[in-house]
Design a protein around this ligand. Structure first.
Ligand code: AMP
Ligand code: MG
Length: 329
């Protein structure tokens, strides 16, 4: 069985093709970079619409497959930006009907966890995941049939915090990698608000304070260093508490922000202190991509019926814990 998966929740339009045994046959994408400012949902959707055909062809070429060889279609049904999600959904519905093959809707956050689990060959019950990206900040673990949320942001995501601060400081998008580089030259720690509420985090106050302190004349390198230390310590505190509570054997770091070496070092330390194995997902699979959607589609297809056309409506606010994980132990 071969699944073609479409990712289109935000800036990335991706098409992945994955075989039943987990072999990734193709993983192609094009990423929308806003000419200035943040990501406007309609502009990103237009980008996806314009490039879908090209990415689709590239994926089939990479897999050396004809479209008739695809057995099922999976698409990112949410959470994400409505206009972007709808592009992926419309293409998926069309393919499903045209090729007369089943269609499955995939939760984007679950797909991030599942592709990391596939890559490192980890047991679902062993795993605590920290998923940090442009749109999400989530600490979750599988328990009794679902991925349960142990901590999450109450407002903006960690990636958004970094990208918006970078923009205000005159750095190009995406800001995360630039902040990481500048932070290495930071020497002075500047006090900034550290906001953890129970198991949840809040980044909007930290963002405003960071912008203000930068405008007061603090050096950009020192700001980047301090911002990273505070924002990542908040993530580390909550992840550690979730780990102490669940006693999981493995910690998985994924999402675009997982590329950050300072964050990786911090999470690795708490994993080791709790005798858990630390795993990072390589950037090609940690950022948004179609292969993770295709692979999760295959997991759904094992024990579930495909969606009717009515059920393929997109779910911009779909939470990870709303999904029954039928392939879990
Ligand atoms: P995603 O939404 O998963 O594709 O991830 C995109 C986010 O990852 C953006 O907010 C980027 O700024 C962020 N990002 C990418 N590389 C790094 C890095 N080295 N350090 C921090 N953030 C990063
Ligand atoms: Mg993502």
């Amino acid at each position: 069985m071969i699944c073609l998966g479409i990712e289109s929740t935000a800036h990335t339009f991706g098409v992945g093709i994955v075989a039943q045994d987990g072999t990734i046959l193709a993983n192609q994408k094009m990423v929308f970079v806003p000419p200035k400012g943040g990501i406007h949902p309609r502009e990103a959707a237009e980008h996806h619409e314009k490039n879908a055909q090209t990415v689709f062809q590239q994926a089939l070429e990479e897999a050396r497959l004809k479209i008739q060889k695809i057995d099922i279609i999976a698409f990112s049904q949410g959470p994400g930006l409505g206009p972007c999600l709808r592009i992926g959904a419309v293409i998926s519905r069309y393919l499903s009907q045209k090729l007369k093959i089943p269609i499955f809707g995939v939760n984007h956050c679950i797909a991030h966890v599942e592709i990391g689990r596939l890559f490192h060959n980890l047991k679902i019950s062993d795993l605590l995941t920290l998923y940090v990206s442009g749109g999400n900040t989530l600490i979750c673990a599988f328990d009794q049939g679902r991925y349960r949320v142990f901590g999450e942001t109450l407002d903006i995501s960690i990636g958004n915090l970094l990208d918006v601060f970078a923009r205000e400081a005159g750095l190009p998008h995406p800001g995360g990698p630039k902040i990481e580089k500048l932070a290495q030259a930071g020497q002075k720690f500047i006090e900034l608000p550290y906001i953890v509420k129970g198991m949840d985090l809040s980044y909007s106050g930290l963002l405003t304070a960071s912008i203000n302190k930068f405008k007061e004349g603090n050096k950009l390198e020192d700001m980047c260093f301090s911002l990273q230390e505070i924002a990542f310590s908040m993530l580390t505190e909550v992840t550690e508490r979730a780990l102490a509570h669940t006693e999981k054997k493995c910690v998985l770091l994924t999402g675009g922000v997982a590329a950050n070496k300072r964050l990786e070092a911090m999470i690795r330390i708490i994993a080791e202190e709790h005798d858990a194995q630390f795993y990072n997902v390589p950037p090609a699979l940690a950022g948004d991509n179609g292969a993770m959607i295709a692979w999760t589609g295959l997991l759904h297809a094992k024990n579930e019926n495909s969606l009717s056309m009515d059920e393929t409506r997109v779910k911009p606010n779909w939470r990870i814990d709303e999904v029954k994980v039928t392939w879990g132990a």
